[in-house]
Ligand binder design. Structure first.
Ligand SMILES: CSC[C@H]1O[C@H](OP(=O)(O)O)[C@H](O)[C@@H]1O
Ligand SMILES: Nc1ncnc2[nH]cnc12
Length: 303
């Protein structure tokens, strides 16, 4: 564990393997009870000297498939550094005509289409917990982000639009969806699609970390009649510009985000949220399981 606490963690997705305008401090690679994170975590300082943590979800050279991202180690490692709020970025497909490639979105709902092959809980032994997940993103954090992200996009001057209140489908991959699936997700109410927001968002909730996603649209997936179905080449066309804009957004808002997290209100929904989710059998809990869980939730599993 680090002695310097870092409140804000940033997870970079496809195309976003580093941030700009930060002073590099060090790399850390905490071993967690769930293994090592996707990559060493970069600790960097903002102009004020405030530290933030950056983690590349697929590794710095994009060598980890969405199904193999060590999400438990990633979230546990960030929590061990003191992280209380995560701003995650993701390249996503659009399921709506008005969300054109290049658009940024702050989703508020998720439809889970992963296939049960990803470990999705810290509670996989005999200590049972049922985290609330009706609102899978931290709504206070999402609402807070709207203004600063919109202002950052306006200031960049590329005309990038921000849309809110959207539903993201998380599919297993690594292959993209069929046309029939893509059409079905639209009927279900999906607006965006990726392969990464789960189990990341679930694990952040279990670790009592406020979590929000900036979804950056790269393509129209495969639902449009008479249009090509999505290919990786199509995604790559927009990925670089989206990553540049993501870096601009991060550089613009992180100082303010850290100040808001330090003040506390945007963390309020998640802090303490697991207190009534863990089945109350402390007397029978196995010591080795308590030790593992102490790594992410010291509040509930300290002796
Ligand atoms: C490169 S296309 C599919 C890939 O991109 C997204 O990654 P991330 O969410 O980490 O930006 C999507 O979820 C898939 O993993
Ligand atoms: N169409 C798509 N489906 C799933 N994940 C994606 N990431 C970027 N575009 C995607």
């Amino acid at each position: 564990m680090s002695s310097e606490k870092v409140l804000i963690g940033v997870i970079g997705g496809s195309g976003l393997y580093h941030l700009d305008n930060l002073t590099f401090v060090k790399h850390v690679n905490p071993e967690t009870p769930w293994g090592y994170p996707s990559s060493p975590i970069t600790i960097a300082s903002l102009p004020s000297g405030t530290l933030i943590a950056f983690l590349a979800r697929h590794g710095p050279g994009h060598t980890i498939t969405p199904s193999n991202v060590p999400a438990r180690a990633n979230i546990a490692a960030l929590k061990s550094l003191g992280v209380r709020a995560i701003l995650a970025f993701s390249a996503v497909g659009s399921l709506r005509e008005d969300i054109s490639p290049g658009t940024f979105a702050l989703p508020t709902q998720i439809i889970d289409r992963t296939k049960g092959v990803r470990p999705a809980s810290f509670f996989d032994g005999s200590i049972v917990a049922h985290a609330a997940f009706g609102d899978p993103f931290s709504l206070k954090l999402v609402r807070w982000l709207e203004g600063p992200v919109r202002r950052a996009l306006d200031a960049e001057g590329r005309g990038v639009q921000l849309v809110t209140e959207k539903t993201i489908v998380c599919m297993e991959g690594p292959q993209f969806s069929t046309r029939a699936e893509s059409l079905m997700y639209r009927q279900w109410g999906g607006d965006l699609i990726n392969m990464s927001v789960l189990p990341e968002a679930k694990l952040a909730r279990e670790a009592e970390i406020s979590y929000a996603l900036i979804a950056t649209a790269t393509d129209y997936d495969s639902w449009r009649p008479h249009a090509e179905a999505v290919t990786a080449a199509e995604v790559f066309k927009t990925l670089k510009a989206n990553a540049e804009t993501s870096r601009h957004v991060a550089a613009t808002i992180l100082e303010e985000l850290n100040a808001a997290a330090a003040q506390g209100d945007i963390l309020a929904e998640e802090t303490g949220s697991m207190a009534f989710s863990i089945m109350p059998r402390a007397d029978t809990q196995k010591q080795e399981e308590r030790e593992k869980l102490r790594f992410v939730l010291p509040e509930y599993f300290s002796d």
